[in-house]
Ligand binder design. Structure first.
Ligand SMILES: NC(=O)c1ccc[n+]([C@@H]2O[C@H](COP(=O)([O-])OP(=O)(O)OC[C@H]3O[C@@H](n4cnc5c(N)ncnc54)[C@H](O)[C@@H]3O)[C@@H](O)[C@H]2O)c1
Length: 276
C-alpha cells in the first residue's frame, strides 16, 4: 500500500530538488502528480522521467497521471490557476511541495540593487507564500484523506523549501538568506494559526525543509560559484554535497501520514552544516 494515495503538487519541478521530489512521489506510488514550473521543456523532461518509471514497474497496473502546468510564481494569477487546474482534474491537493526558487545575486547589501533584492524576495518568499496560500485555501475545504494505519487522517500537507541559509548567514547572501528565513517564519506561523478558518485544527500540516549545499543545476551551473561553495561544504561534518534525492526523501516523509505529529517544523538536511 502506498503512503501517497492522494494528489501531489510540486513547484520547481522542472529541475533539481523539485524534479527529484516529483519523481520520488511517483516511485513511492503516488499516481496523480501536478508538476509546475516556468520552464516548460524542463517540465516535459520531468514528465517523461515519471512516465518511464511506470513502464519499468511491472507491478503497477494503475495509470500514472501527470499534469504539466507552466507557472511563473512571480504571478499571483498563475499560482491561483495552478491550484485550480489541479483541482479541476483530480478534485483535491494532498501533498504540496513548494520548491521553485532562485539563488541570490551573491553580493553584500551595498552591492545589491533594490531590483535584485526584489527579484530574490518575490520568487523565494512571496512566490512561496502565494503558492502555500492557494494550496492551504484548497485543503481547508476538502475531505480528510485516511491515513495508512488508522491514525487520524489529514486534509493536506504543505512542505516549503527554505534553506540552511534561512537558519544561519553566509557572506554575500543577505537577500537570499533573508528570503529563506522568511519562508521558515511563514511556515511556523501558518502551522500555529488555529482560528476558525485556519489549518492545524483542520488536520493540515505545514512544514519546511532546509537543504544544505545540494548538487543541482542551481549550484553546479557556474564554475566561480561552485568554487565559492567549497568552504561551505568543508565546514559541514559530512564534507560533501547532498543529493536532490536526499531532499526529496525529507519532503516525502513530511508529506506522508508517518509525519502526522510533525507541525511547523524546519527540517535541516545539510550534513551537519548548521551545528558546526
Ligand atoms: N541546491 C541547493 O544547494 C539548495 C540549498 C538550499 C535551498 N535550495 C532551494 O531549493 C529549491 C530548489 O532549488 P534547486 O537547487 O533544485 O534549483 P534548480 O535551479 O535546479 O531548480 C529551481 C527550479 O525553480 C524554477 N523557478 C525559478 N523561478 C521560478 C518562477 N518565477 N516561477 C516558476 N518556477 C521558477 C526553475 O525554473 C527551476 O526549475 C530552491 O527554492 C532553492 O532556493 C537549494
Amino acid at each position: 500500500m502506498t503512503l501517497f494515495p492522494g494528489v501531489a503538487l510540486v513547484t520547481g519541478a522542472a529541475s533539481g530538488i523539485g524534479r527529484a521530489t516529483a519523481i520520488a512521489f511517483a516511485v513511492d506510488g503516488c499516481r496523480r502528480i501536478a508538476i509546475c514550473d516556468r520552464d516548460l521543456p524542463g517540465l516535459e523532461a520531468t514528465r517523461a522521467l515519471i512516465i518511464d518509471i511506470k513502464r519499468e514497474d511491472a507491478d503497477v497496473d494503475v495509470e500514472m497521471e501527470v499534469e504539466v502546468l507552466q507557472v511563473d510564481i512571480l504571478k499571483e494569477d498563475d499560482i491561483e490557476r495552478m491550484v485550480r487546474m489541479t483541482v479541476r482534474r483530480w478534485g483535491r491537493v494532498d501533498y504540496a511541495v513548494n520548491a521553485a526558487g532562485i539563488i541570490g545575486n551573491n553580493a553584500p547589501s551595498t552591492s545589491t540593487s533594490s531590483a535584485q533584492f526584489d527579484l530574490v524576495t518575490n520568487i523565494n518568499y512571496r512566490g512561496c507564500w502565494l503558492s502555500s496560500r492557494a494550496e492551504l485555501a484548497q485543503m481547508v475545504g476538502q475531505e480528510v484523506l485516511p491515513s495508512h494505519d488508522g491514525r487520524p487522517g489529514e486534509r493536506g500537507s504543505v512542505v516549503n523549501i527554505a534553506s540552511q541559509l534561512g537558519v544561519v548567514g553566509r557572506p554575500n547572501a543577505p537577500a537570499y538568506c533573508a528570503s529563506k528565513a522568511a519562508v521558515i517564519g511563514m511556515t511556523r506561523c501558518d502551522a500555529i494559526d488555529t482560528d476558525e478558518e485556519q489549518y492545524s485544527k483542520h488536520n493540515i500540516r505545514v512544514n519546511c525543509v532546509c537543504p544544505g549545499v545540494i548538487a543541482t543545476p542551481m549550484t553546479q551551473g557556474d564554475a566561480v560559484f561552485r568554487k565559492a561553495l567549497e568552504p561551505a561544504i568543508d565546514i559541514a561534518p559530512m564534507q560533501r554535497m547532498g543529493t536532490a534525492q536526499e531532499i526529496a526523501d525529507a519532503c516525502l516523509f513530511l508529506c506522508s501520514s508517518k509525519a502526522s505529529f510533525v507541525q511547523g517544523h524546519a527540517l535541516v538536511v545539510d550534513g551537519g552544516y548548521v551545528i558546526n
